[in-house]
Write a protein that binds this ligand. Structure first.
Ligand SMILES: Cc1cc2nc3c(=O)[nH]c(=O)nc-3n(C[C@H](O)[C@H](O)[C@H](O)COP(=O)(O)O)c2cc1C
Length: 215
């Protein structure tokens, strides 16, 4: 495999919609096309609540997209987060999300986005967007979503290559653990920070990482 292939971002768009060829699917196809044109490898997968989502481990970025019906984010995506293994497999993944709905953006941000975000408190959410039905025909909204996703994703790569800073408190804590463990913890913490897009390692981040690794 060439190095450009190795560096290619792999994105999966997980979506739901009750309507065949509805607005959500049309948006997804445009997003997928634009990401592919930017050099990414993209797949789209329609959600089923109880499907097996372990394939997500092969992707760098997960885009969640769904419409709102009767005040709820479409049921198969919510079901996959609530009852399936989607949430488990999204752990530590970079995420972008969008909703399509008839409500104004401000209302949707309060009523609908939290229905997804409540499941993603440990994720790095790169971009979140509401696409109100009345703007769906305007491709500029989708263009700006894709540009934001690429920009934010590339930022996480840059912070990965740059050295992650340790706060004084976190450094002191590291020095307080037995010396034979320090190097392992240091590498693990720095990898966790870059995966999550953190620019600084703090005591709070170390606690969070400890919870993630179960140690
Ligand atoms: C049966 C039905 C119920 C809807 N309920 C809501 C709602 O509660 N809140 C909202 O903001 N939009 C609501 N909408 C608008 C849809 O979210 C919006 O039209 C969306 O773009 C539909 O996506 P689709 O074409 O992929 O099905 C509803 C639409 C339909 C058809």
């Amino acid at each position: 495999m060439s190095s450009s292939q190795e560096n290619k971002m792999k994105a999966v768009i997980l979506y739901d919609s009750r309507t065949k060829s509805g607005s959500t699917e049309a948006i997804i196809d445009t997003i997928g096309l634009q990401l592919a044109e930017s050099g990414a490898y993209v797949e789209k997968v329609k959600c089923k609540a109880l499907a097996d989502y372990s394939f997500i481990k092969d992707f760098d970025l997960v885009i969640l997209g769904a419409p709102v019906y009767y005040f709820l984010v479409s049921s198969q995506l919510l079901g996959a987060l609530n009852y399936g293994n989607l949430k488990k497999n999204l752990k530590r993944k970079k995420i972008a999300m969008f909703l399509t709905c008839g409500s104004p953006e401000a209302m949707a941000a309060v009523l609908y986005l939290p229905q997804l975000k409540i499941h993603l408190v440990r994720n790095k959410i790169l971009v979140e967007k509401i696409f109100p039905s009345n703007v769906l025909s305007e491709n500029t909204f989708i263009d700006s979503f894709v540009l934001d996703v690429l920009h934010e994703y590339n930022k996480t790569l840059k912070s990965r290559t740059g050295s992650v800073k340790w706060t004084v408190e976190a450094q002191e804590w590291l020095e307080s653990v037995p010396s034979f463990l320090q190097s392992k913890i240091k590498t693990g913490a720095e990898e966790y920070a870059s995966e999550m897009g953190y620019k600084e390692i703090t005591c709070e981040m170390l606690e969070e990482a400890k919870g993630e690794f179960g140690g």
